[in-house]
Design a binder for this molecule. Structure first.
Ligand code: SF4
Length: 344
């Protein structure tokens, strides 16, 4: 059986024998209105609905757990058809505005030392339906909440599930779908250079890069990806990245005690970022059980931030969200929810 949540508009049109009008109608029902039953598509004839039901379903992963933090952050856990569990985090911002952090893989192969997901290893990529349903589920369950920002910062490296992530963004930004603004969807990567080279051509979603170090020597200690795609090459790729006017790349920098949180690291960071259109998001490390890395001292965080404030780069210090339910950065049962807050 085909899951309609896996198909974009073009594929739905194909499913309907090339009739783009029908493809658009079904797209609107599935992604715009979030119906879960083909029988509810009332502008299709009964016969058409019957024929469609014989070859397709609308199948969502099961929501198996919701945990709510004292600050209003919600961690949503879904069971996939093969039993794997993935998590998303819904974070309240100003008023009724929310940001949603979603996963793109089960586990992750990248092995970042500060990331809990890395301890799971890589299991598999998520399908389009498994990614898009993480957005549609809360969107339809909480109609009073305005989910404005989507961040691919849950479990997994989005650029290693490139095609499905790009297709999901296309669906989420479609005028007959959930109509998210491209600027309000952020794809976060640890720096998969071959994919970064094509990303700006394939999507206008915002880009965030998990940088975390002012030198290759430090980065290599905490991010194995650096040995394949070194910091110097990553910075060159960011310089070449095609950005729409007035847009910036967000650089995530997880501050880890004694590793990358010294004043000289901040100064070196400013030096290496020269000429780049970036803003820096500082994230004090959240230790998780069994991790040898430590949280930075609050004074060190403030001092690091202060150095960056006196640089040409905008800097944001991440507020902790969902710490009491292990939904803060680096604590998702599967990963680093490097959930960005700059848009909150
Ligand atoms: S930080 Fe991101 S890329 Fe690194 S291991 Fe965790 S999920 Fe993977």
């Amino acid at each position: 059986m085909i899951n309609l949540l896996d198909l974009d508009k073009e594929q739905l049109k194909g499913l309907m024998g090339g009739q783009s009008y029908r493809g658009s109608q079904i797209f609107g029902w599935v992604f715009g209105r979030g119906v879960r039953d083909i029988g509810e598509m009332t502008n299709l004839s009964k016969q058409l609905r019957q024929e469609l039901s014989e070859k397709a379903v609308i199948s969502y992963p099961e929501l198996v757990r919701t945990e709510v933090s004292s600050d209003g952050t919600e961690k949503l856990a879904y069971r996939l058809h093969d039993g794997h569990i993935i998590e998303s985090v819904l974070m309240p911002g100003k008023g009724q505005h929310y940001s949603l952090c979603i996963s793109s893989q089960v586990g992750c192969a990248m092995g970042c030392a500060f990331c809990f997901t890395a301890t799971m290893g890589f299991k598999r990529n998520l399908s389009v339906s498994e990614i898009v349903s993480q957005v549609l589920s809360p969107l339809n369950a909480y109609p009073d909440r305005q989910i404005r920002n989507i961040v691919f910062m849950g479990m997994g490296e989005p650029l290693l599930n490139y095609d499905n992530v790009i297709k999901t963004v296309r669906i989420l930004t479609d005028k007959e779908g959930p109509q998210f603004s491209k600027r309000r969807i952020t794809i976060s990567t640890c720096g998969i250079l071959p994919k970064l080279a094509t990303l700006s051509k394939d999507t206008e979603a915002a880009l965030a890069v998990s940088l975390n170090a002012p030198s290759s020597g430090i980065r290599e200690k905490i991010m194995p990806v650096n040995s394949k795609y070194p910091l110097e090459e990553l910075l060159a790729a960011l310089k070449a990245y095609q950005l729409p006017n007035r847009r910036r790349i967000t650089l995530e920098y997880v501050l880890i005690k004694g590793v990358n949180d010294r004043i000289r690291d901040a100064r070196e960071l400013i030096r290496i970022l020269h000429g780049l259109k970036v803003k820096v998001n500082l994230i004090p490390f959240n230790p998780w059980p069994g991790c040898h890395l430590r949280a930075p001292d609050p004074e060190a965080v403030l001092a690091f931030e202060e150095v960056l404030r006196n640089s040409p780069f905008a800097v944001m210090l991440r507020k902790e969200k969902g710490k009491d339910i292990l939904a803060a950065c680096g604590q998702l049962a599967g990963h680093v929810v490097n959930a960005r807050q700059e848009a909150l």
